[in-house]
Every structure is written in structure tokens, then in C-alpha cells.
Design a protein around this ligand. Structure first.
Ligand code: NDP
Ligand code: TDO
Length: 299
């Protein structure tokens, strides 16, 4: 019983190497084995690897601003490769696990987004990820797609580490305070993925797209202030404290890619089916900071 996992060193990929183990022997495909910017090479590589009961795709072109100028790579990895994986899953009758993003929405809804809400991505990354979703749902393969948001882990590159670094370099920071969402740990995503797969196998969870984030909401500014405050409490010594982080508007921090103002995802569909209470976003942020401290991580 082989589980093919695409992605090796990514935030979610690393955690899935822990939580998918009970479902079969893991065959991990890093960039060295499959380059998803060349989607046409995927069928050959997977054929040589043999059969599988599950294909988990934790890869993506995740550099949101770079996607604006390298849309060919973003669409190859986030859409075209995903379509090929869906066909591979269908041919093998394997379950395809896949991840998508809050950035498929335009962020203009006042309330948290539910799965059935209309998508309307604002940037190339969001368009390419929506393309990946459609490639799966249009393929008739067995699938679970989890839309998540603002992902972090102690191993990965993410906003939290960026803010810790900046706070150690500069006495003052400026961070947007009008984009809202739920910071979500790769650990939580991988844990809930395993629960979802188990429920799927028991027939308790149908194929589909599900929202999966931590609970609660904050802005990037709220997250940055929390991170710096907590970091000081556990012994980091940044130059900037929480009061030195200026709240600014999106317009005051121009970036190549537009980002949604409301990134909140309503996770009721998944949590109610799994009988789960998703933890507040602060729980795993604090855990990650503790991990960094214990490891002696230097910002
Ligand atoms: N990061 C975030 O804030 C969010 C992420 N998501 C989604 O969650 C999923 C996981 O994201 P996350 O773990 O944060 O991503 P990371 O950026 O941490 O990791 C990206 C992964 O994609 C792989 N990859 C990228 N390009 C290629 C390529 N050309 N060929 C082969 N492999 C490639 C990398 O491979 P290797 O390990 O070999 O280097 C790595 O495993 C993605 O679908 C993403 O869209 C959704 C919302 C927020
Ligand atoms: C570093 C920094 C960022 N910002 C702003 C810019 C942006 O609006 C916001 C987040 O910045 P980042 O570029 O780190 O995050 P970004 O790459 O937009 O993060 C997104 O990644 C993709 C993969 C997803 O799917 C999304 O869910 C989301 O996590 O914070 C500041 O205001 N000040 C700063 O010093």
C-alpha cells in the first residue's frame, strides 16, 4: 500500500511525512525526482514508481509576488501539474489529496467564506490555484482538497519568521492592518488531513473542497504584534517591540500582487463532519515560537 507524497521540504509536506505514515509506505517525491514545472514528465516518473492508493500533493508555486512575473511557472505547478496528478489518481483509482488557498477569493465578502462562495482571485497565484482546483473537480478522481490560509511552521519560510528577523534588524516595522485571516500551522493541516482521510475511508466524508484553518481571525499587523510580544516573553531580544509596529493600510505597502482584504474561511463543513474543534490561531503560533527558541534558532 503505497502513498505517493509530492513535496519533500515544504511546510505542509514535512508534516504530512509524519501524519500519512499510518496509511501506507510513503514514497516521497522532492524536486529532485519530479520537476512540476515540466508537468509532461509526471506520468513517466509515477509509472516507474508503481501503484499507489493515495497521491498527496503538498507542492505549489507559493511565491505570490513572483507569480505575477513568472505566471508560466505558477500555472505549470499549480494548475497543469495538478490536472495530470488528477488523471494519474483516476487511472489508479487512488485518492488525491491537495491544498488550495484563501487567495482564490477576492476578499470583498463581509463574512467568512464558505466552500460554495464564488471564487474571484485577485492575483496570478490565486488564479493558478483556482485552476488546480477545477482540474481536480473536473476530473472525476477521488479527491479531498483543503483550502487553507497564512501557513507557517518552524521549518519553513513564512511571515512569522520574516517578522522576527525584521524585528531583530530594525527598531520599527510597518505592517498592513486591513487584511484579515487565520494563521494556520502546517502541523494542524497535516493532523486534520489524516483525520479527514480516515473519515473518507469510513464513508463519513464525501469528495470535495473543504476549508481548513485555525479558528479566530487577525490582521497581519495583529499577527506581527502577537509574535513579537510572545517572542520577548520567551527570551528573544528584538530591537522592535509590539508598540514599534506601525499599523498601515494595504495601499501604504504596495506589492506586485494584490491580496484579499478578507481571507477568513468558514471551516464548519469539515469540522462538523469530523467532530473537531479547531484551535485558536494563537495556540500553534505560540508553539512554533517555543520550538524556535528550543532549537536555538537565530533570527
Ligand atoms: N504557504 C502559505 O501561506 C499557504 C499555502 N497554501 C497551500 O498549501 C500547500 C502547501 O504550501 P506550503 O507547504 O506552505 O509550501 P512551501 O512553499 O513551504 O513548499 C512548496 C513545496 O512545493 C514544492 N515545489 C515547488 N515548486 C516545485 C517544482 N517546480 N517541482 C517540484 N516541487 C516543487 C517544494 O518542493 P521541495 O520540497 O522539493 O523543495 C515544496 O515541497 C500549497 O498547495 C499552497 O498553495 C495555502 C494557503 C497558504
Ligand atoms: C514582510 C511584511 C509584509 N507585509 C504585508 C504584505 C502582505 O500584504 C502581507 C503578507 O505578506 P507575505 O508576502 O509574507 O504573505 P503572502 O505571500 O501574501 O502570504 C500568502 O501566501 C500564499 C502562499 C497563500 O496562500 C496565502 O494564504 C498567504 O499565506 O503582509 C507588511 O505589511 N509588512 C512587512 O514588513
Amino acid at each position: 500500500m503505497t502513498v505517493m507524497l509530492l513535496g519533500k521540504n515544504g511546510q505542509v509536506a514535512r508534516e504530512l511525512q509524519r501524519t500519512l505514515l499510518p496509511f501506507g509506505s510513503l514514497d516521497v517525491f522532492g524536486r529532485d525526482r519530479i520537476d512540476l514545472e515540466k508537468p509532461e514528465t509526471i506520468p513517466g516518473v509515477l509509472r516507474d514508481a508503481g501503484d499507489a492508493i493515495m497521491i498527496a500533493n503538498a507542492t505549489a508555486f507559493t511565491q505570490v509576488d513572483q507569480a505575477e512575473t513568472n505566471s508560466a511557472a505558477a500555472f505549470a505547478v499549480n494548475q497543469d501539474a495538478v490536472g495530470i496528478l488528477a488523471r494519474q489518481a483516476l487511472e489508479r483509482d487512488a485518492l488525491l489529496l491537495h491544498y488550495s488557498t484563501d487567495y482564490v477569493f477576492n476578499g470583498r465578502k463581509a463574512a467568512p467564506y464558505v466552500e460554495a462562495d464564488e471564487t474571484d482571485p485577485l492575483n496570478v497565484y490565486g488564479h493558478s490555484k483556482r485552476g488546480g482546483e477545477l482540474a481536480i473537480t473536473g476530473s472525476r478522481c477521488k479527491h479531498l482538497v483543503f483550502r487553507t490560509s497564512w501557513v507557517f511552521s518552524a521549518d519553513g519560510d513564512n511571515f512569522i519568521k520574516t517578522i522576527l528577523r525584521l524585528a531583530h534588524e530594525r527598531p520599527q516595522l510597518r505592517v498592513v492592518a486591513d487584511q484579515f485571516g487565520a494563521p494556520t500551522s502546517a502541523e494542524l493541516i497535516a493532523d486534520v488531513t489524516a483525520l479527514a482521510v480516515a473519515a473518507y475511508r469510513r464513508g463519513h466524508l464525501p469528495d470535495g473542497i473543504y476549508h481548513l484553518t485555525a479558528s479566530g481571525r487577525t490582521s497581519w499587523h495583529g499577527l506581527a504584534c502577537h509574535v513579537v510580544r510572545r517572542a520577548i516573553e520567551i527570551g528573544f531580544e528584538p530591537k522592535a517591540g509590539p508598540d514599534d509596529i506601525e499599523p498601515i493600510t494595504t495601499a501604504e505597502f504596495p506589492r506586485p500582487a494584490a491580496r484579499p482584504l478578507n481571507s477568513s474561511l468558514d471551516c464548519t463543513a469539515l469540522s462538523s463532519r469530523l467532530g473537531l474543534s479547531l484551535p485558536d490561531w494563537r495556540v500553534h503560533v505560540d508553539r512554533m515560537l517555543d520550538q524556535l527558541r528550543t532549537r536555538g534558532w537565530k533570527p
